[in-house]
Design a protein around this ligand. Structure first.
Ligand SMILES: [Zn+2]
Ligand SMILES: [Zn+2]
Length: 260
């Protein structure tokens, strides 16, 4: 039984459930990591992406230049400039993999709150005025999982903390009422990505996304920010971005938790 509460700063670490200690850590000194829901041990294992990285996908690398993967994307005339850029908060290291696994695959929806503060800061700092767009799950996957992790991240851009305090007290295992309406919907149920080779994923030409029929406003000339948990190959984000650009979006950027 997990007992962590946002309001209770003396509570246990939300991830490992060990008592949090109050000693200052790198985490509390760096602006990317405000006093968090994690113990120092877990917090210090999260590695923010800082320093040189790819200007398009934020892959950490020795120099600030476009990485080889992004050069390949940009050399495809159909996809050139489709995704303006992606900013990832963290490296996809062991603890990040474990956190995402517990969050997504073991159904602990409220673990998303660990990342709320930094997602929100990143959004407010760089993308105020951009329309947040969660990457939709197929209805089959949504039923399996009980919540859409991208929807939770998108909701963090404009829902007050008090809302989540109530939500967390009520249930950790399902989504709150969405704060951000889903602009895209997924029409094709794809096999889990891990079952496909990278090449198969890159070659899969069909675009599973379409504009939601519930959405009436024009996408034309507006700026959008996609939200998702991991940037791996960038295929999913580019497919979503392609749909928005086809409808006249001015720019489409992405915020992801981790750069895989
Ligand atoms: Zn911990
Ligand atoms: Zn790149």
């Amino acid at each position: 039984m997990l007992k962590a509460s946002i309001a209770d700063s003396g509570s246990d670490c939300m991830f490992c459930q060990e008592p949090k200690n109050e000693l200052p850590s790198w985490g509390t000194l760096l602006p990317l990591f405000p006093p968090s829901l994690l113990c120092n041990n877990c917090e210090n294992q999260l590695k923010a992406i800082a320093g040189p990285s790819c200007a398009i996908c934020s892959r950490p690398q020795p120099v600030n230049e476009v990485c080889e993967d992004c050069k390949r994307w940009e050399s495809d005339p159909d996809l050139q400039g489709i995704l303006d850029h992606n900013r990832s908060l963290y490296r996809y290291n062991n603890i990040m993999q474990e956190m995402i696994a517990q969050w997504k695959y073991r159904g602990d929806a409220a673990l998303a709150l660990i990342f709320r503060e930094n997602i929100r800061k990143l959004y407010l700092h760089h993308y105020t005025g951009y329309i947040p767009v969660p990457i939709p799950l197929s209805s089959k996957r949504l039923i399996e999982r009980g919540f859409n992790q991208s929807q939770l991240l998108a909701d963090f851009t404009n829902e007050p903390l008090a809302f989540y305090e109530k939500w967390q007290l009520l249930t950790r295992k399902s989504s709150p009422v969405p704060a951000v309406l889903p602009l895209l919907e997924r029409t094709i149920h794809e096999e889990k990505q891990s079952k496909k080779s990278r090449r198969e994923r890159l070659l899969a030409k069909e675009n599973p996304f379409q504009l939601s029929s519930a959405f009436k406003f024009s996408v034309n000339s507006k700026n959008f920010i996609l939200l998702d948990d991991i940037y791996t190959t960038g295929t999913t984000l580019r497919k979503a971005a392609k749909r928005l650009k086809e409808h006249g979006a001015k720019s489409v950027c992405a915020i992801t938790l981790a750069r895989g």
